[in-house]
Design a binder for this molecule. Sequence first.
Ligand SMILES: O=C(O)CCC(=O)C(=O)O
Length: 276
Amino acid sequence: MQLTDKQLSFFCTFGYLALPGLMSDCINEITDGFHAVFDSQGGGHNNQKHDGESRSCIVPFIDQNKHLSALLDEPRIHGLLCSLLGDDFNYMGSDGNIYVGDTNWHSDGWNEGSLYVKIAFYLDSISRDTGCLRVVPGSHNVDDAYGAALNDFLPQPNTNFGMPGSDIPSIALDVEPGDILIFNHRLKHSSWGGDNQRRMFTINCGEHVIDEFIPGLKHYIAGSARFWLDSMYGEIMKETAGPQRMKHLEQVLANEGHLAALSAQARKDNKEPSRG
Ligand SMILES: O=C(O)CCC(=O)C(=O)O
């Protein structure tokens, strides 16, 4: 699958794309894979049952199941990523989540020099007030005054705008299982009104990094120490990779030598891996 020029223009301008029904023919198998990974890890966060009080988060996620790992090779997902990031894109890891309640406005990252994107698979039917993703179109452009103001003010909506985050003008991306959302890591996004069992997982990818921006790639990788990872990728992801997938793993594998020591420190400093 290749994105059209119009889809690419939409993504560049607004920072996201919704692809309704893209994976609906195999969403049951994908959902089974989601539960297989959670079940193999106690059902929730840090090998404990999901308690419905706080977000459960497993990282890396698709890496722990051979069918979910193969999503990286799946022609629609692969084509989507190649269209946006080039044929030599880097896989940057994934997280599996059972969300609880609201997620305030935020961006996922600010790395210089390369575009990073997140594919979100929501596994429940959700809408504006039941926890679907909301986005502020164009907020990824922090180089213009609008994007810069959003970046400064949106994380504290009450203080800065006198209104709850749920009232901020935005687009609500209602989803059915099988729909695919993809967005620039810089885009401001949030979710409001969800219950305490909202299922979702992500695939994060970025452009292949030129030498000048390798320090930024290493910085991104260092951020994963909060999940107590010794490698950005799970064993199943690496063991089941064919030549095409390996191309998307190589640059990170070559630049993750600092991660294990940082994770060892994070294990000493924190009582559990991060929830997101
Ligand atoms: O669905 C949500 O609660 C928010 C998702 C999100 O913020 C993310 O994946 O970065």
